[in-house]
Design a protein around this ligand. Structure first.
Ligand code: SF4
Length: 451
């Protein structure tokens, strides 16, 4: 039986795509092995969101080839869209294909299998790369998933691509135009996932709030929630990340009426200065962002609001940066992901004047990370003593002998419960901060024979 390893870099949309490709491999009789184990075939699903992501993709590809020179290495994903020639030039790469061609994986496998039969294992299969105009095209939704591999929470991709064209962002150029997946497909996939025993669904996409804009807003992301909510077996629903722009005006009220919707929102802010937001073409102001956060807080008790902040955007002065820090602090995010701006070829911001020197953006990044840590600790301290539900997960990066999971509002907790608690939703009391985690105790004890 042939073996396959699948390696994912980047965001949850890529994780979903890898899961869909893995299911194609399984249907073809492959045994899936761990990322770094020797395999007959290795698929690397890349990211290109920053220069560092490109560099990491090249490293991962080279390492996979070095580790096993006989592996057939297939490379796909966003970096394969943005610079497929650079990937094809790496000796040992068998095939490069873009995001839309992921749905053609079966065709590529047939070619690989044919070459194996003919013992024609050339280092490069020489399948002509598909060159297309990614920015004008729509996503392909012909792949689907029925489970979540080794994860306890299952991702469902409901849209792909983006037509917002924020000035620093490469995504619209590599994932194509914003495309909504038909609601009936999404519901069918959610039912399948529930039937396979998953309790939590994470709704995933590049720009979730824009769902439906490409077909005149006949449906919005709120309709997806209302259709998935009644499915038996699904107990929790959350978004991976949702932009403040195109946030449907009735979404908060409609979500608040659906108890399975979790009180956690990842709202990428990027900058807390209106001048910089305008230059980023983010289409919201800090005032509008604040109003949205206030509405979330009023509708969902203990809501966790996490965000992304980019520092060192071209033209960001010390005063703009101070504005950003003040805004981030006042908003009281429960977690920050901090990025340093890096120019992406082909995006408008790459040609802007007044690029911020690297040592200045490094200092700003450190200061923002420090603030983020402080806010995170403050938020977690406020939650101590409360009782919350946790979906217990299989894997735990914490101390051996403990299980971990996320609270409804997305706090990572550590639990001293037996393995039979995995995939159960338990009420727990949050008792103490412990590194990245909160130590929690099963609120009513845990009784495996009755729970
Ligand atoms: S909303 Fe802006 S930052 Fe997000 S993917 Fe679209 S263009 Fe990129």
């Amino acid at each position: 039986m042939p073996t396959a390893a699948l390696i994912t870099l980047g965001c949850k949309v890529n994780q979903y795509d890898t899961q869909a490709m893995q299911e194609v491999m399984l249907r073809n009789g492959y045994t899936i092995v761990a990322e770094h184990d020797p395999a007959d075939l290795c698929i690397i699903n890349t990211c290109t969101v920053t220069n560092t992501a490109d560099q990491k993709a090249r490293q991962v590809i080279r390492r996979a080839i070095r580790r096993n020179p006989d592996t057939e290495v297939l490379v796909t994903g966003c970096y394969a869209e943005s610079d497929r020639d650079a990937i094809a030039a790496i000796p040992g790469v068998s095939l490069v294909f873009g995001n839309r061609e992921k749905a053609d994986l079966q065709k590529y496998l047939d070619i690989v299998h044919e070459s194996w039969k003919e013992k024609d294992c050339s280092p490069l299969l020489q399948i002509d790369p598909v060159h297309h105009d990614a920015v004008r095209e729509h996503a392909n939704f012909s792949m689907s998933v029925s489970e979540a591999g080794k994860h306890t929470r299952a991702l469902i991709k409901v849209q792909d691509g983006c037509s917002a064209f924020c000035t620093y962002c490469i995504i619209p150029y590599v994932r194509g135009r914003m495309t909504s997946r038909p609601l009936s497909d999404i519901v069918r996939e959610a039912k399948q996932i529930a039937a396979n025993g998953y309790k939590e669904i994470v709704i995933t996409g590049v720009h979730l709030g824009a769902y439906g804009l490409d077909n005149g807003r006949q449906q919005t992301i709120a309709d997806i929630l209302e259709h998935i909510h009644p499915i038996n077996g699904i107990e929790r629903i959350r978004f991976s990340s949702i932009e403040a722009m195109n946030f449907p005006p009735d979404l908060v009220d409609r979500m608040a009426a659906l108890p399975k919707c979790m009180p956690h929102f990842h709202l990428p802010l990027q900058a807390g200065s209106n001048k910089i937001l305008r230059q980023m073409r983010r289409r919201y102001t800090t005032e509008q962002f604040s109003r949205l956060v206030e509405k979330l807080r009023a509708s969902f008790p203990d809501v966790g609001v996490t965000t992304d902040v980019m520092v060192g955007f071209p033209g960001e002065t010390d005063a703009d940066f101070e504005d950003s820090l003040r805004f981030v602090e006042a908003t009281g995010f429960s977690q920050l992901h901090v990025f340093r701006y890096s120019p992406r070829r082909g995006t408008p911001a790459a040609d802007y004047p007044d690029h911020v020197p690297p040592h200045v953006s490094a200092d700003r990044s450190k200061a923002t990370i420090r603030l983020g840590k402080r806010l995170e600790i403050e938020f977690r301290k406020q939650m101590l003593g409360k009782t919350m539900n946790v979906l217990v997960e299989e894997s735990c990066e914490g101390p051996a002998g403990h299980l971990a999971g996320f609270t409804d509002n997305y706090l990572r907790v550590l639990l001293d419960v037996p393995d039979s608690a995995v995939n159960r939703i338990l009420p727990v009391k949050l008792v103490a901060l412990e590194g990245e985690f909160i130590r929690a105790e099963a609120a009513n004890g845990f009784h495996p024979e009755t729970d």
